[in-house]
Design a protein around this ligand. Structure first.
Ligand SMILES: [Fe+2]
Ligand SMILES: [Fe+2]
Length: 342
């Protein structure tokens, strides 16, 4: 029965299966009634039975026909249900497998993009850890702003944590003599330096052209392009003002500023949390969006804890030792794999 149903399956879409089931039952009922009518006529004309005997025989045949009808209905129903369950189970399995593959693909893509961002970040931050910290700061700010902005949900927060790493990806296009220059930049140098926002956006747009529209890349483009825009419209590259600057870029602007100011660079010393907080206070509503600055002050203890942890661990020699340790571990693992394979 299941075999027959499977053969019949191809012309019928799943939502028509019930119609097929009902159709078969109605057809069967019609055949039984017609057959019974013919048999009854034949018996009454061919055999000389009394009226009472013919009626009893009729009731008996009708009862048998009804039982056959009901039994067939139950069998059909069970077979159809079993087949539908099997089909649904296989769909669930297939969906899970597709979701797993998509997740794996996204993880690989995110890892590659983060690696690319880290490579760019190494050029002026010694350790590349700047990106991890910005992600942590962006998460705190986005979390605190979520009651005000309905678009901020768990997925959006995960996205900004990763996309924030792309903010300075355009620095790969800036010469070392400008990027690492101690002291003030000349107006010409500043103009070149400010190009990093456009270079970053252009790089990500090239990735987008290959990958197609993607929420993560789109947020990365907004951040790379707008993280130096200011709330009062005096930022660059376009001088966007207020909420014309994307929410993600408004958040990353403060996270990046805080981390840059509280971190040591080859061309400057680190400022304390208190000094940085004072600076942010003076830029409230001019450089920074008022609500973003407000949630910074409401959560500054967490910012300070991340900064303090970072300063304990951010000695270059320690970091290089750590990198060497990780690289050695990787080589050992590869050797073990090769030995096992040999
Ligand atoms: Fe930047
Ligand atoms: Fe940065």
């Amino acid at each position: 029965m299941i075999g027959i149903l499977r053969k019949l399956e191809w012309p019928f879409r799943p939502h028509n299966r019930r119609a097929l089931f009902l159709g078969i039952l109605i057809f069967q009922a019609a055949v039984l009634v017609a057959g019974e009518f013919l048999v009854d006529t034949w018996i009454r004309t061919e055999f000389s039975l009394s009226q009472a005997s013919a009626d009893r025989l009729f009731v008996f045949r009708i009862s048998v026909a009804f039982c056959v009808f009901m039994l067939t209905g139950v069998i059909l129903f069970l077979a159809s249900k079993r087949y539908q369950d099997a089909l649904e189970q296989s769909n669930v399995k297939l969906n899970k497998e597709v979701a797993k593959q998509v997740r794996a693909g996204l993880c690989k893509r995110n890892a590659l993009i983060f690696g690319l961002a880290k490579l760019a970040d190494y050029r002026d931050t010694d350790t590349g850890a700047h990106l991890e910290r910005i992600g942590l700061y962006a998460r705190i700010l986005a979390d605190a702003l979520s009651p005000k902005y309905p678009e901020i949900n768990a997925k959006w927060i995960d996205r900004i944590v990763l996309a924030s790493s792309l903010h300075d990806i355009g620095k790969v296009g800036i010469p070392d003599s400008i990027l690492l220059k101690p002291g003030r930049l000349t107006p010409d140098e500043r103009e070149i330096m400010e190009k990093h926002a456009l270079i970053g956006a252009d790089t990500l747009l090239a990735i987008r052209a290959k990958l197609g529209a993607d929420e993560f890349i789109d947020m990365g483009i907004e951040i790379a392009l707008q993280h130096h825009e200011k709330w009062d419209g005096t930022g660059y590259p376009f001088g966007l003002e207020g909420t014309n600057i994307s929410l993600a870029a408004r958040i990353v602007a403060l996270a990046d500023f805080y981390d840059a100011v509280t971190s040591k660079r080859v061309y400057k010393e680190a400022m304390s949390h208190e000094e940085t907080a004072e600076l942010i206070k003076s830029l409230h509503g001019s450089h920074f969006a008022p609500d973003v600055a407000d949630v910074f002050f409401a959560n500054q203890a967490e910012f300070n804890a991340i900064r303090a942890h970072n300063q304990c661990n951010d000695q270059s020699s320690l970091k290089i030792m750590n990198i060497e340790h990780i690289a050695r571990q990787f080589i050992d693992e590869q050797m073990q794999i090769r030995n096992l394979a040999a």
